[in-house]
Design a protein around this ligand. Structure first.
Ligand code: SAH
Ligand code: SF4
Ligand code: F3S
Length: 440
């Protein structure tokens, strides 16, 4: 009988791509996937530690699997990703039922570690690899025919923003050679993929230290040349590093979707300085203005941190004012969470928790209203939707996305999957829209 693995992924696109690679390795070892942990011979969590809550969730989840291990001693429980990288051996000490802990650079070691665990030897591997080895081990997305896929263009981060754990758990920034990226996108395209999202923690600095000197904008041009690819997206952009050359791509490359995720974090220059973000409020707004000039229908989304150490009411008002000025289509808002090894731990933080919570709620309310208005403005209009599959609600509808990355559910046959069709938006909800087919 085939052995089964249960794999759960937390966190960002990096982990999603890594999980694909992990699933591929496990299938090569003869495991098949299951969505039921009770059925699994191997349970694997690919984890995130960006905020304390994310980390606590993972650890809580791991405790829930303890009874399964007690009733089935052969069961192997493995932890990968950013919590594994951060905690290493401590996870094995804390969680006696966990057998394998592998860090963000050690996915290729997993088969051997699983074999060891089968023999009763628990192990952890969290060493960072050197550049050459990492270049060899860049994760490749499997060609499963999905209409929309992520492709890794870089890993790690050199920015060390004062609050952020990513550079500590993912290591230094490294870019993947453009020839490999283009070859991967071509392979995906030949297997049915029509949209690619190029992913990295800071794609705007793509190409630093690469011999061919190609910029991220240059990479976009190469991907744009692949005929079957109809849409291109990228995440995440750092406002400091987004170049004029890249902004102009929104005018020059028709396949580049008119959407950009551009986290600003805080609207206060003083807080941006403490965060070490490397741009001012003015510089951010200038880039936004330039983006809107070259691409008038562009929509922006962003990330914002509330309650960074030392944030005053005035700083917070600067953040609110920026949100009202830019009118982001969506914003991911976070309460500052202290993370291990980060510089912000050394800053004075006198703002009471309740005040932070009030600010957070106030920002949420304002942004929610703006988002509602932005998306409601689509109602009654027709937009091209790239159809990705059957609706998740299971009501016979199909779903796709507009260029702004919003999910649209509508009545239509599965023969439309993979095609871009005009759809009239008839209702707009918090996270999706409802549409109807437009006869052509
Ligand atoms: N590389 C991306 C961010 C990845 S983390 C970038 O620089 O834009 C995603 C988001 O999590 C960040 O943009 C930030 O808003 C939030 N975040 C990161 N660390 C955090 C912390 N310690 N507390 C609260 N939010 C945090
Ligand atoms: Fe974290 Fe800053 Fe790097 Fe983004 S750019 S991953 S926020 S250190
Ligand atoms: Fe989380 Fe690691 Fe991504 S901490 S956000 S999974 S890089």
């Amino acid at each position: 009988m085939e052995k089964k693995f249960y794999l759960e992924t937390f966190g960002c696109q990096m982990n999603v791509v890594d999980s694909e690679q992990i699933a591929g390795l496990l299938e090569e070892m003869g495991y098949e996937p299951t969505s039921i942990p009770e059925e699994a011979d191997l349970i694997l969590l690919n984890t995130c530690t960006i905020r304390e809550k994310a980390e606590r969730k993972v650890v809580g989840h791991l405790w829930q699997f303890k009874p399964l291990k007690e009733s089935n001693p052969e069961l192997i429980i493995a932890v990968g990703g950013c919590v594994a990288q951060q905690e290493g051996e401590r996870l094995l000490e804390q969680l006696p039922h966990v057998g394998v802990v592998f860090g963000t650079h050690n996915i290729h070691r997993l088969p051997e570690m699983i074999q060891n665990a089968k023999k009763g030897r628990r192990s952890h591997e969290v060493a960072f690899l050197d550049k050459e080895s990492r270049l060899r081990l860049f994760p490749t997305r499997r060609c499963d025919g999905s209409i929309s896929q992520f492709v890794t263009v870089m890993q790690g981060c050199d920015n060390f923003c004062a609050y952020c754990v990513v550079p500590h758990v993912r290591g230094r920034e490294i870019s993947r050679p453009s020839t490999e990226i283009v070859a991967e996108v071509r392979r995906l395209a030949e297997n049915g993929t029509r949209e690619v999202t190029l992913v990295g923690q800071n794609v705007n600095s793509y190409g630093n230290y690469l011999p061919d000197g190609l910029s991220f904008a240059g990479l976009l041009v190469r991907v744009h040349e692949i005929p079957e690819i109809e849409r291109i997206r990228f995440v995440t952009s750092h406002p400091r590093d987004i170049s004029d050359e890249l902004i102009k791509c929104f005018a020059d490359l028709p396949k580049l979707c008119s959407h950009i995720h551009l986290p600003f974090q805080s609207g206060s220059d003083r807080i941006l300085g403490l965060m070490g973000r490397g741009y001012s409020r003015r510089a951010y707004l200038d880039k936004v203005a330039f983006l809107k000039r070259v691409c008038p229908d562009i929509r922006l989304t962003t990330d914002i941190i509330v309650g960074f150490p030392g944030e005053t009411e005035e700083d917070f008002q600067d953040t609110l004012a920026l949100v009202e000025e830019v009118r982001f289509a969506d914003a991911f808002t976070f309460l500052y969470s202290p993370r291990p090894n980060t510089r912000a731990l050394n800053l004075q933080d006198e703002t009471p928790g309740v005040v932070k919570q009030q600010r957070f709620q106030c920002l949420l309310d304002i942004q929610e209203q703006i988002s509602l208005e932005v998306w409601a403005g689509d109602v009654g209009k027709n937009f091209p939707v790239l159809v990705e599959g059957e609706s998740r609600q299971g009501n016979g509808q199909i779903f796709g996305r507009t260029v702004w990355n919003r999910i649209v559910n509508f009545n239509g046959g599965s023969e439309l999957i993979g095609r871009t069709v005009p759809v009239k938006i008839i209702a707009s909800y918090k996270n999706s829209q409802l549409g109807e087919s437009v006869k052509i």
